[in-house]
Design a protein around this ligand. Structure first.
Ligand code: HEM
Length: 207
């Protein structure tokens, strides 16, 4: 359950929180929906490959909030040396993806939420294959997340449906709070409460 459901639900909560906090991103995401889907339509699977800015927004969310922040623990079967450090056989190794994703040696202004940084690379599939060791939210090597193809589809479909169908606001008097709670998964410390309002042109599209 943690592998498939909690990771996806947690990431969608982060996408919503980041997009609601960053008004410029919300505007760009919504403009893309207007062009590709239209306010007279619901999102369909055929729209997903065309939603490039939303795809970049999801990647940027996975960069800042990788929901499995330390991957699955590794343990070498024999003594080895990595980057000049001796790693004894049998030791437990946690890879801190969260920290690598915010490392200024690999990312410009790493704490800024900027989906544009993922728009420049045309080979979008390359980002998730685990060989790009400054961005690997689905892990790497033989333990790479086997749910990746399903997760990619679900993340796009669910976030697109939520963001295209509704405008979202915080409850009156609430402020954005993006504090993180570290565990096996990286959750929002304070769950997001967001209020939807109609965005599509006709009520009957929601039936
Ligand atoms: C936002 C969505 C998801 C993210 C970010 C994610 C991320 C990850 C990561 C980082 C790992 C560890 C990889 C490693 O240590 O190299 C993993 C493992 C795993 N994931 Fe996912 N995952 C997601 C969704 C899913 C879904 C939808 C499924 C199944 C339907 C799934 C099934 C699994 C399983 C079974 C493992 C364990 C694989 C093993 O032990 O070798 N995940 N996932």
């Amino acid at each position: 359950m943690i592998a498939g459901a909690e990771t996806t639900a947690t990431l969608i909560e982060w996408v919503m929180a980041e997009v609601m906090q960053n008004h410029d991103v919300m505007e760009k995401v919504q403009k893309e929906f207007e062009e590709i889907v239209g306010l007279n339509n619901m999102v369909e699977e055929s729209h997903l490959p065309k939603l490039k800015y939303l795809d970049a927004t999801i990647k940027e969310t996975l960069r800042l909030h990788p929901v499995v922040p330390f991957l699955i623990p590794r343990s070498p079967s024999q003594d080895c040396t990595v980057g000049g450090y001796t790693v004894p056989k049998g030791s437990t190794i946690l890879l801190n993806v969260w920290s690598i994703h915010q490392d200024p040696r690999y990312w410009d202004n790493p704490l800024d939420f900027k989906p544009e940084r993922f728009l420049t690379c045309l080979e979008t599939k390359k980002w998730y294959n685990g060989n790009n060791l400054n961005f690997f939210p689905f892990g790497s090597g033989r333990r790479l997340c086997p749910g990746l193809p399903l997760a990619e589809k679900m993340l796009m479909f669910i976030s697109a449906s939520l963001l295209h169908s509704f405008n979202w606001s915080l409850p009156h008097g609430e402020k954005h709070d993006l504090c993180e709670d570290f565990g096996i998964t990286l959750r929002k410390k304070k769950p997001l409460i967001a209020i939807p309002s109609q965005r599509l042109s006709h009520m009957n599209l929601y039936m």
